[in-house]
Design a protein around this ligand. Structure first.
Ligand SMILES: [Zn+2]
Ligand SMILES: [Zn+2]
Ligand SMILES: [Zn+2]
Length: 254
């Protein structure tokens, strides 16, 4: 299966509005970051992990012309605000968007997108159409074993996902040992690593390196970076087997 990084930035994106720091003014395209999300392509199916606030732009840039399933890690704006932009896929595919998430994620999607669930359903109103599916344990979808992995992000529960031997977890600062075990044996792991300086809701670069060492994948990629991270510098600093991801990066995972 193929994994495309549609965005690798933190909630405010990089460059930050109005910031003139060396990362925000960098000429390196790898320092331009839309909000974090990936697209998995597997046996002709397109699986989106998070619908970022930049989803419309990401879909145009990477020519995404269908979506078969969406997995949501948590209901912060940068991970769900793109859900409204999936209306075009609903209109074309004539099926509700199949969305998977925790109970917490599902109940908050219902609040954030209340207009999709309330009032009358009339096709002329062009409301989003979501089919919300609870994922609490491993499911099989399109020939993939999908396992949810629970973690904590400040004061919010988040879900990481394992798709066969590929793991994706971002926006967390704490995870229990029994949840870490669910990632054991993954070949490729993507981890959210915000910046160098401390954060109460995200892993720093150092803590993300420690986390990767506990799981020991063949290859790990960091994502969800703030404007403290200069791509070319982080690339040199990271140990072997860990790379910073960047917008547009496509990897093949088995
Ligand atoms: Zn985020
Ligand atoms: Zn900046
Ligand atoms: Zn978040």
């Amino acid at each position: 299966m193929k994994v495309r990084f549609l965005g690798t930035g933190t909630s405010m994106g990089v460059p930050l509005i109005g910031c003139r720091c060396k990362v925000c003014t960098s000429k390196d395209f790898r320092d331009k970051r839309l909000r974090s999300s990936i697209l998995i392509e597997h046996r002709g199916k397109n699986i989106l992990v998070d619908a970022s606030s930049d989803f419309r732009l990401q879909a145009l840039i990477y020519r995404i012309n269908k979506i078969d399933a969406i997995f949501i890690t948590h209901p912060h704006a940068d991970h769900v605000f793109g859900l409204d932009d999936t209306r075009i896929f609903y209109l074309r595919q004539k099926k509700p968007m199949e969305i998977w998430g925790s109970e917490f994620t599902i109940s908050n999607i219902k609040k954030l997108f209340f207009y999709a669930f309330e009032g009358k359903r009339d096709e002329r109103l062009v409301k989003p159409s979501f089919n919300l599916n609870l994922i609490e344990r491993q499911i099989n979808l399109f020939g993939l074993r999908v396992t949810p992995v629970k973690a904590i992000h400040g004061d919010m529960p988040v879900t990481g996902f394992r798709f066969n031997n590929f793991g994706y977890i971002t926006d967390f600062n704490f995870i229990e040992d029994r949840e870490i075990k669910k990632f054991r044996g993954v070949k490729t792991l993507v981890v959210g690593a915000l910046r160098y300086s401390p954060s109460i809701s995200h892993l720093t670069i150092d803590r993300a390196v420690e986390f990767v060492r506990r799981i020991k994948p063949k290859m790990a990629y960091f994502t969800h970076f703030s404007h403290e991270i200069l791509h070319s510098q982080l690339e040199k600093e990271l140990p072997e087997g860990i790379k910073p991801a960047f917008d547009g990066l496509e990897i093949e995972v088995y």
